[in-house]
Design a protein around this ligand. Structure first.
Ligand code: SF4
Length: 357
């Protein structure tokens, strides 16, 4: 199939994980659009670094909806700017009334979103939200009204630059980690507190990895920096903290260099899939059936499947409603380490004292 539209807007102003999993939609729209077509993406300024080098995106619209552009005036100016671009088609994976209103007020004649969006009445076509499909495939289904048929899961593309690679190599080298040293990346953060495996378990995992000869790096945003610093301290210095120090593209580049990423149900898991690094993902208040699971052939999931309270929230609540947070606290290191060791093909009993700095 081929699209006839030459100017297409994709709107995704949610969290970075949602943005990463919207990239296959952008890429497929670009692939089936006529030569010279422009596929633009509207997103938050904080994701600019990750997206500004993407080869399928013609123009990146940045909308600071939580900051300087919070008011009605800025929203209206944005609508007028979009209207001037004369888009022919809007694809709206973001399930939000504001995003639906935006493409309607921008005068875009064909607007496709999900039937679960609160703004679905503003779309010309509302596609069924398939609860159990992987999010990347779900987003691709927005192309179905245009004749698109799913073939295989499309991996998001993260286009890091030579400068990003140099920056990461320099950062690792300052930590004494050369190219020959195998690396594992840990991602202990999450916007939602209940989705986090306890920091002390990540620290104990870091020690075990170091005992098995791996360099261990932590990634995350600025908001994860204190948590990651605490993990590094508890791990006795056998891990390096890149949270808030590396950009999103540099973090992706670091993950690409790793043999494995271990993280919660959060954005770094999707970054790892994008760059082809195997994942061990820990699920607590959410479940893989929501569609945000790591889909790589070597990826593994660790969870307490038997807990009747799971899932308790689509995102993971700020606090455990039962006040025990068993879904994460009851995942011991002894459950995670054999899975990690198996992925890395190392013995499950590394020699005590064999830590490599
Ligand atoms: S209610 Fe259950 S699933 Fe939800 S946070 Fe608490 S322990 Fe986790």
């Amino acid at each position: 199939m081929a699209l006839s539209y030459r100017r297409i807007l994709v709107v995704q102003t949610a969290f970075v994980g949602d943005v990463i999993l919207s990239l296959p939609l952008v890429q497929e729209a670009a692939r089936i659009a006529p030569p010279g077509a422009e596929i633009d993406l509207l997103t938050l300024p904080r994701w600019q670094n990750l997206l500004e080098t993407h080869p399928s995106i013609s123009t990146l619209w940045l909308y600071d909806k939580h900051g300087q552009e919070r008011g009605v005036g800025a929203f209206w100016r944005l609508c007028r700017g979009l209207r001037r671009r004369r888009y022919q088609l809007a694809l709206v994976p973001h399930r939000s009334l504001r995003s639906a209103l935006l493409v309607w007020l921008a005068g875009i004649p064909r607007r496709i979103g999900f039937d679960r969006s609160p703004g679905r009445f503003l779309f010309t076509e509302a596609v069924p939200y398939r609860q159990h499909w992987h999010e990347a495939r779900r987003n691709l289904s927005l192309l179905e009204p245009l004749g698109y048929r799913h073939r295989a899961l499309v991996r998001p593309q993260i286009a890091f630059t030579a400068a990003d690679e140099q920056a990461v190599a320099g950062w690792l080298s300052r930590k004494g980690v050369g190219k020959e040293r195998p690396l594992v990346v840990l991602a202990p953060g999450s916007v939602w507190a209940t989705k986090r495996w306890p920091g002390e378990r990540f620290a104990d995992l870091a020690r075990k990895l170091a005992q098995s000869g791996f360099a261990v790096a932590l990634v995350g945003g600025k908001e994860d920096r204190a948590l990651c610093d605490a993990i590094v301290r508890r791990a006795g210095g056998f891990a390096f903290n890149g949270a808030g120090r590396l950009t999103l593209r540099q973090s992706a580049c670091l993950i690409a260099r790793a043999r494995l990423l271990v993280g919660n149900d959060s954005a770094p898991v999707h970054l790892a899939w994008a760059v082809g690094t195997p994942v061990v993902a820990l699920f607590g208040p959410t479940v893989p059936e929501f569609g945000f699971f790591p889909p790589g052939p070597e990826d593994k999931i660790v969870q307490r499947s038997e807990l009747a309270c799971r899932p308790c929230n689509r995102h993971g609540p700020a606090r455990c409603p039962l006040k025990n947070h068993r879904c994460m606290k009851d995942i011991p290191l002894e459950q995670v380490w054999p899975v990690v060791a198996d992925c890395l093909q190392v013995p499950t009993h590394p020699q005590e004292g064999g830590v490599v700095r």
